[in-house]
Design a protein around this ligand. Structure first.
Ligand code: HAM
Length: 538
């Protein structure tokens, strides 16, 4: 049996009802805060995440699904491209279209003989010996094979026959001897490292830059719902394909994108959403991680503090103590925790601007009566954060307790080659939000009110008519089939959790009144069509 890949899973009914309920609430609540949906591709160039999220983060250094993508050229297209590029420079040998150029320092060279016209060899080998030997020819063959392997083996062209040209004369070699699956730099350029998005902030900021969304001079308030991919060790609440609901406010500084009111409004919206979906029992942790001006001093302090103790820490910490000391604070290794507890605190290194910004965010949250705890160790696992960072945890989630996380990223746009465009946002782990809601036994599902049972031949259409009437009144009903035995239909009604069963037989249709059975108590009454809605809702 072919099964879903480790770390991925199918979302099935009835769970999908809860997912849809959550997403409906997201769209409703976010719209009230003037957010609009953005959909970016599920894969992006690897460089975007390396530069945006940061090389030293766990996400980029260990968890990305990355591959080298090369365009596959047909032979005809390849030939065309070669000709177009080299039309002014080609030089044809009289013998049989083998192209030879007088590359003085090159002793050995491979040229295609399949009609491609080139003025440079596809592969060159420079021999230091005055005269090429059989051994040189073998070395050339080896080198060409190595080249193919090193370049990742993308298929660009298989030359059917290659000709080895030496200063001493030409010798043909059959391509079974030299199987060249990738040739010439021109085609290497089409090979691109791509990555399944591990998060969506970098993609949104890329889109903001690419489409010059800052030109309006307004704030862009964007949200997304979609899958993300990280190669983490799967466990409950941690998947390799998971879903995020995220939002980003980004814009030129003149639109107020840096101001603390944006931070407070984002958190206010989150709380409105959690309220709308009915999540209780969460804790909001808040911190400020400073900015480009004050972070270097903090990094320096961390480096100095770590210098004496890092040898007792895990391998990751030892490396990060040098390369990116802030990441040491992310370490989850239990033995390292007492050391980390004693490290300098970021709060002591914030500059005046960051301190004031944080104070204003907090003052607004206090006025809005948003409960939070400051957690000075919370730096979050992505490098782009500046100033405000936050996380919401939920007690029902066990070890994967972060239901959402976010923060400000005032330098991200510039870091990936865009204009100055400060921003703040968050992403909710939708899988975890749903798990928490389920754990809370949230009855977000619209329960099945009635199961309509047609009794006898010709009754299906009457049952469907009644179902349509009730559904038009927003009652959730389902319908059996006249071919099923009554006992079976009642069993189905119970399994589906219906409150009522409604019988539709010939007598009922004639009287326009139906036998309605309350499944829990077994109580049964006849109710006219006109009074049915009121009876079911009562
Ligand atoms: P993050 O903290 O990496 O932030 O992820 C946000 C949330 O996604 C986490 O709190 C968690 O609920 C969920 N999550 C992460 N990894 C997994 C996983 N393997 N399985 C299930 N759920 C997971 C970001 O991604 C940032 N882009 C958030 C952001 C937006 N910051 C500013 N704007």
């Amino acid at each position: 049996m072919i099964k879903a890949v480790r770390g991925t899973r199918d979302l099935l009914p009835p769970d999908t009802e809860l997912w849809n309920f959550v997403e409906r609430k997201v769209r409703e609540v976010f719209a009230r805060y003037n957010y609009h949906e953005i959909r970016t591709p599920v894969f992006e160039s690897t460089e975007l995440f390396a530069r945006g999220v940061g090389e030293e983060t766990d996400i980029v250094s260990k968890e990305m699904f990355t591959w080298e993508d090369g365009e596959r050229f047909s032979k005809a297209k390849l030939r065309e491209a070669w000709l177009r590029e080299n039309k002014d420079r080609v030089f044809i040998d009289e013998m049989d279209q083998v192209l030879v150029a007088g590359f003085a320092p090159i002793d050995l060279a491979v040229y295609p003989t399949d009609g491609s016209r080139v003025d440079r060899p596809l592969i060159e080998l420079i021999s230091l010996r005055p005269q090429a030997t059989e051994a040189d020819v073998s070395a050339l063959i080896d080198a060409s094979k190595r080249l193919v392997t090193e370049r990742g083996g993308m298929l660009a062209l298989k030359a059917p026959l290659l000709r080895i040209v030496t200063p001493a004369g030409a010798r043909s070699v059959n391509s079974t001897e030299v199987e060249i699956t990738q040739l010439a730099g021109h085609f290497f350029e089409s090979v691109q490292p791509l990555t399944l998005r591990p998060e969506n902030t970098a993609g949104v900021v890329r889109a903001y830059i690419e489409h010059e969304m800052g030109r309006s001079g307004l704030l862009q308030k964007l949200y997304y719902i979609g899958p993300q991919f990280r190669r983490e060790r799967p466990q409950k609440g941690r998947y390799r394909q998971f879903y995020q609901i995220g939002a980003e406010v980004i814009g030129p500084p003149s639109a107020g994108s840096e101001l603390p009111i944006r931070d407070a409004e984002v958190l206010d919206m989150l709380i409105a959403l959690l309220h709308a979906v009915g999540l209780t029992g969460w804790t909001l942790y808040l911190n400020s991680v400073g900015c480009v001006h004050c972070r270097p001093a903090y990094n320096q302090a961390l480096r100095e503090a770590l210098a004496g103790v890092k040898d007792q820490m895990c391998g990751d910490c030892q490396r990060r103590a040098e390369t990116n000391p802030l990441r040491v604070l992310d370490c989850k290794v239990p033995a390292d925790q007492p050391i980390i507890e004693k490290l300098p605190k970021i709060a002591d290194y914030l500059d005046e601007g960051c301190r004031e910004h944080f104070a204003q965010v907090r003052a607004m949250l206090d006025t809005l009566e948003v409960p939070y705890q400051v957690n000075e160790r919370m730096v979050r696992g992505l490098d782009y954060y500046t100033r405000t960072t936050f996380e919401f945890t939920h007690g029902e989630l066990g070890s994967q307790s972060a239901v959402l996380g976010g923060g400000r990223y005032d330098g991200l746009s510039e870091q990936i080659g865009g204009p100055k465009a400060p921003g703040i946002g968050f992403a909710i782990g939708e899988d975890r939000l749903v798990l928490a809601l389920q754990a809370q036994q949230q009855q977000a599902l619209a329960p099945l009110k009635a199961f309509i049972i047609p009794l006898g031949t010709g009754m299906n259409r009457h049952a469907l008519k009644l179902a349509r009437q009730l559904r038009a009144e927003r009652v959730t009903v389902d319908v059996s089939d006249e071919g099923f035995r009554l006992k079976k239909s009642f069993e189905t009604a119970e399994k589906l959790g219906a409150t009522f069963a409604i019988l539709v037989g010939g007598n009922e249709v004639e009287a326009d009144a139906f036998a309605v059975k309350r499944l829990k108590s077994g109580e049964q009454t006849t109710v006219s069509r006109a009074e049915l809605l009121e009876y079911l809702e009562g």
